[in-house]
Design a protein around this ligand. Structure first.
Ligand code: BTN
Length: 255
């Protein structure tokens, strides 16, 4: 009997067939290891490679999170990939919220969203999103990185307690999760490009993990969280009235 873990089998063809009608030229690339799928797609974008792609790495050696943080994920414990898309939305605001909403809706009714980029379940972090953009000759290219915990991470020293998909989806594997989320996500991204965030506002607010809670932002706003507006900005009712936070550089925590 082999003591090695089974290699992961990725349903790349089925996913490709479900996506390519809406995203002509779409390709899927699966690597055993890379520094970071976001970093790699940004490197390619700088070399004028702007085709629509899903780049997945079974292991990242330098995975990146928001606000310059690292993102850790062991093989089989996390699903880590980036979408690189030629992308020209009229308004970029709310894009990370739209991505999170699509993932949450694909994964289940009790998945919540913590503004602006996190998926939560039972007050723990299930995954995160890192969006970057490149532009060349007036055309823009979006790199949308997604990291989801499939199994609970082995490390216990995380700043935020972790949740995992296998806790509510028995037997879930990274390939199964990828197959479930990709086509709805790429459809949602097409819709966002023309319609923006406004049509998603109510659905986001229904899953907002901070709504109704007293919160504090990293730029020192404090008050009652009232959900997001039609642009995806977080509304906080402070002692000085309602204030909106729309910078993805700001983080917010419940008090
Ligand atoms: C966060 O929670 O701060 C965002 C995490 C985003 C992690 C994903 S994993 C795939 C892609 N490549 C990266 O280096 N980061 C994103």
């Amino acid at each position: 009997m082999s003591t090695q873990a089974d290699p992961l089998r990725w349903p790349a063809e089925a996913i490709w067939a479900s996506v390519v009608p809406e995203w002509p030229g779409f390709s899927i690339e699966i690597l055993p290891e890379i520094d970071s799928t976001n970093t790699e797609l940004m490197r390619r974008a700088r070399n004028a490679v702007h085709d629509p792609i899903l780049l997945l790495a079974e292991r990242q050696t330098a995975g990146r999170g928001r606000l310059g943080r690292a993102w850790h994920g062991e093989v089989g414990h996390a699903l880590t990939f980036s979408l690189g898309l030629p992308y020209q939305p009229q308004n970029w605001s709310g894009l990370s919220l739209a991505v999170g909403l699509s993932l949450a809706e694909s994964l289940g009714p009790d998945i919540q969203l913590k503004w602006p980029n996190d998926l939560w379940r039972q007050q723990r972090k299930l995954g995160g999103i890192l969006i970057e953009a490149a532009s060349q000759g007036g055309k823009s290219y979006a790199v949308i990185g997604i990291g989801l915990n499939i199994q609970l991470p082995p490390t216990t020293d995380l700043r935020t307690p972790a949740a995992a998909i296998a806790e509510f989806w028995q037997g879930a594997t990274a390939p199964m999760v990828l197959e479930r989320i990709t086509q709805p996500l790429l459809k949602a991204l097409k819709e966002f490009e023309t319609l923006g965030f406004a049509p998603l506002q109510q659905r986001f607010n229904a899953r907002d993990a901070l709504r109704g809670l007293k919160v504090q932002s990293s730029d020192a706003l404090e008050g009652l969280c009232e959900g997001v507006d039609s642009q995806g900005a977080l509304q906080i009712l402070t002692n000085d009235g309602r204030q909106a936070i729309n910078s993805s550089e700001v983080s917010v925590r419940a008090l």
